[in-house]
Design a protein around this ligand. Structure first.
Ligand SMILES: Nc1ncnc2c1ncn2[C@@H]1O[C@H](COP(=O)(O)OP(=O)(O)O)[C@@H](O)[C@H]1O
Ligand SMILES: [Mg+2]
Length: 248
């Protein structure tokens, strides 16, 4: 069935997943519209990484996942990627013994040559700082630059939805801004984003909508321009009656 104008790009319903007998996620409902930027927040151990892994087919799960008008409930990671759903995993995983350029070519493995070359350039254009270092080994990049390379790798296939798992982890504030700016530019170019982030205020500034996950389930969904959002988030993180101020 084709995607209708009203159908979200990604629709997750009643999703459950875990590791072996350990249940982590239950009853998760989440949508991302075409071209929308959505933040997924929540305390450590809430299940954010598990949720991204379940959506991209890296983990077995139950429930329904529709993406771009197709049922992807039992799709594997390759099916997800070919449908346009790309997951940049937690921790910048790049091949340090390959050049920046070769890391990007590898991300486009199997694509027609001309399209791959074009899209590698397109991905690099988002990150002038690493474009300059295209002939250098990825090992010579700073942590922030490696993270940008990991995001750029996610772009080579021109995804319809890019899921970023804590892209700013371990980066200095300046580099965090640069990575999030790249996410904002992508979004302007029409790519939908699902962003897992520990820096709450920065995530909210980047996103149109936000979900909070706690103990494996969605406890809040809101637009990021909602006036009462700080209070609602605080309750979502700490439960009713919490008084600890939110850090970001
Ligand atoms: N490979 C694994 N095997 C078993 N349990 C895991 C594994 N990875 C994560 N978990 C558990 O699943 C829960 C959610 O983890 P995770 O999805 O990484 O949370 P978050 O990304 O929100 O910090 C935690 O209790 C964590 O200990
Ligand atoms: Mg995580």
């Amino acid at each position: 069935m084709p995607t209708s104008a009203r159908e979200p790009l990604l629709e997750v319903r009643d999703l459950a997943a875990g590791y072996g007998k350990i249940g982590v996620l239950h009853g998760v409902q989440l949508t991302v519209g075409a071209g929308e930027a959505v933040a997924l927040l929540g305390p450590n151990g809430a299940g954010k990484t598990t949720l991204l892994r379940a959506i991209s087919g890296l983990l077995p799960r139950t429930g329904q996942i529709r993406f771009a008008g197709k049922d992807m409930s039992s799709a594997g990671p390759r099916d997800a990627v070919s449908a346009g759903l790309v997951h940049v995993v937690e921790g910048h995983r790049v091949f340090t013994q390959l050049t920046v350029f070769d890391n990007l070519l590898l991300a486009g493995y199997g694509m027609p040559r001309a399209a791959r070359a074009r899209q590698v350039e397109e991905a690099l254009a988002f990150f002038p700082e690493i474009a300059e270092k295209r002939r250098n080994l990825a090992a010579t990049l700073s942590g922030g630059q490696q993270q940008m390379l990991a995001v750029a790798q996610g772009l080579v296939r021109r995804p319809r939805l890019l899921m970023l798992d804590e892209p700013s982890a371990g980066l200095s504030p300046v580099l965090v801004d640069r990575v999030l700016l790249a996410a904002a530019k992508l979004r302007e170019a029409g790519t939908a984003i699902l962003l897992v982030e520990q820096l709450i205020e920065k995530a909210l500034a980047t996103a149109d909508r936000v979900y909070a996950l706690a103990r494996g389930t969605i406890v809040l969904e809101a637009r990021t321009d909602e006036a009462d959002l700080p209070n609602r988030l605080e309750q979502a993180y700490f439960g009713q009656g919490a008084h600890a101020p939110l850090q970001s």
